[in-house]
Design a protein around this ligand. Structure first.
Ligand SMILES: [Zn+2]
Length: 74
C-alpha cells in the first residue's frame, strides 16, 4: 500500500510588490504592481504525485475565475 505524501499543491495570497515580473498563469498577462490599486496575486506551489513541480502566479481575480485550482488561499 502506498503511503500518501503530505505534499500537495497549495496557494497563498500576497500583495504584488513593485518590480514584480511574473505573468499570470490564467490570462498570461503580466501581474502589475500598482501603488493606487494595491492588487494581490496568488502564488501557487504546484505538486504532482507528491513532487514539487513549479510555482504559478495568478491575478487574484483570475485565480477565483479559474475556480481556485490549487485550493482556497489562506
Ligand atoms: Zn490574470
Amino acid at each position: 500500500m502506498a503511503t500518501l505524501s503530505q505534499t500537495k499543491s497549495r496557494a497563498v495570497a500576497r500583495s504584488v510588490e513593485a518590480g514584480c515580473i511574473a505573468d499570470c498563469a490564467e490570462c498570461t498577462t503580466q501581474i502589475r504592481y500598482s501603488a493606487k490599486l494595491k492588487p494581490r496575486q496568488i502564488i501557487a506551489n504546484v505538486y504532482e504525485n507528491g513532487k514539487w513541480q513549479r510555482v504559478e502566479h495568478y491575478h487574484e481575480e483570475c485565480y477565483l475565475l479559474a475556480n481556485s485550482p490549487y485550493g482556497n488561499t489562506v
